[in-house]
Design a protein around this ligand. Structure first.
Ligand code: GLU
Length: 432
């Protein structure tokens, strides 16, 4: 766990740095350095041609200090235990910074989704569910969608889990289809949150939000919903990219048309989108466009030391998890680029997941307007707290967010430890 040359090493580095600023002893936060539980599973799946393949799957539960474990399940060919651990730890911090009563977890399957049919993906999801069944549940660990998984994946997961448990259990996952107990507003929650955070940071920096020029990297669940919400809020989306390449239009892209294409065909790639006036840009150049706001909403570790010096955006709102490396972050800070960190910027999803979980547990159905209002209240309050904390310590918003999160985690840990000590006193046999 002490190898600092991997992604989890970055978690440890940030943890040490933040603990230092809070004046903590290593003993105070030692347990947060280690994921509480890690499960690796081998998932046998019968393919459409009758052959058998075995896929590698994971569920890492980082911390349950603040509540049941919570975090998405991603399907990607690059998944490994280090990445799972890192993402699980970031979920612990994400839940803590926005003060939702969940711990952090992450799961995933090492698979290239483009190589599987829908039926194969369904069988893969059901088999994975049965293998991690012993450690998930509505009171213990509640998965959700992430990279390359969606509401349909969650429906399969919920159904497989419910069959094994012998009773309908909608609260075992969030991000389900609305027809199956999903929450209104969940599908758009991450993008809505990103747009809110972009608005707030523009306000603080005296930048006009309406009409702001934006570049968005990534057209997955998060990228699409960020584009939709920023566009609806009056921003001008100049540049957009996906795995197939990037597009740019100085007067702003025709977002309504692009969203329409995505809703007709969720597999739509930008390389097949044609419209007068658009310029093709290499995928890597998306990050260095001359815009006001940059939203990295693809995979992690995109803004590295090499690209950071060339970034022209004034503010970055991190839609993806961990899109900026420590080195990239230092360069951005020197350049005066303000970054709204992932654990705050993309927390809209987890917040509405929390609302979904409550609705499922109590068989409630909340109105979308109320959900959006509650989401805004929580995120704006968290933003202001992070802003104040960063200001107070003359540090970045990222560091401000970690300070708030770690403080909450340590306070809760100490309270539990105190109670444990009391119980030991009560239950220890009296002398003589
Ligand atoms: N996968 C999303 C994230 O990284 C959502 C997690 C959830 O709703 O549990 O925040």
């Amino acid at each position: 766990m002490n190898d600092k040359n991997n992604a989890y090493g970055e978690v440890l580095e940030i943890l040490d740095q933040t603990a230092n600023l809070l004046g903590l002893e290593e003993q105070d936060y030692l347990r947060l350095k280690y994921p509480e539980r890690e499960m690796k599973v081998s998932i046998p799946v019968e393919m459409d041609d009758g052959s058998m393949q075995v896929f590698e799957g994971y569920r890492v539960q980082h911390s349950s200090v603040l509540g049941p474990y919570k975090g998405g399940i991603r399907y990607h060919q690059s998944i490994d235990p280090d990445e799972m651990r890192t993402l699980a730890a970031w979920m612990t911090f994400k839940c803590a910074v926005v003060n939702v009563p969940f711990g952090g977890a992450k799961g995933g399957i090492k698979v290239d989704v483009t190589e599987l049919s829908k039926n194969e993906l369904e069988r893969l999801t059901r088999a994975y569910t049965s293998l991690i069944y012993p450690i998930v549940g509505p009171e213990t660990d509640i998965p959700a969608p992430d990279v390359n998984t969606n509401a349909e994946t969650m429906a399969w997961f919920m159904d497989a889990y419910s069959c094994l448990r012998g009773e309908p259990t909608p609260a075992v996952v969030t991000g389900k289809p609305v027809e199956l107990g999903g929450s209104l507003g969940r599908a758009d929650a991450t993008g809505r949150g990103i747009s809110l955070m972009a608005r707030e940071i523009c306000k603080k920096h005296g930048l006009p939000f309406k009409g702001a020029r934006v570049a968005v990297q990534g057209c997955g669940n998060v990228g699409r919903s960020a584009v939709r919400n920023l566009h609806r809020s009056g921003c001008k989306i100049l540049a957009l990219s996906d795995v197939s390449g990037g597009i740019y239009r100085d007067e702003g892209l025709d977002i309504e048309q692009i969203l329409e294409l995505f809703s007709e065909n969720p597999e739509q790639l930008l390389k097949d989108y044609h419209s007068p006036g658009i310029r093709r840009i290499p995928r890597e150049e998306l990050l260095i466009q001359d815009v006001d706001i940059l939203v990295p909403a693809a995979l992690g570790h995109q803004i590295k030391g090499e690209v950071a010096p060339h970034i022209k955006a004034k503010v970055i709102v991190e839609g993806a998890n961990a899109p900026t490396t420590i080195e990239g972050d230092k360069i951005l800070a020197k350049k005066g680029v303000v970054v709204v960190p992932d654990i705050l910027a993309n927390s809209g999803g987890i917040i509405v997941s929390f609302f979904e979980w409550i609705q499922n547990l109590y068989s409630l159905k909340w109105e979308e307007y109320d959900i959006n209002q509650k989401l805004e209240t929580i995120m704006v309050e968290a933003f202001n707290k992070v802003w104040q904390k960063a200001d107070q310590h003359c540090t970045s918003l990222r560091q401000g967010a970690y300070l708030i999160a770690l403080d909450r985690l340590i306070t809760a840990t100490k309270m539990k430890d105190l109670n444990q000590q009391r119980m030991q006193v009560v239950s220890s046999p009296s002398p003589n």
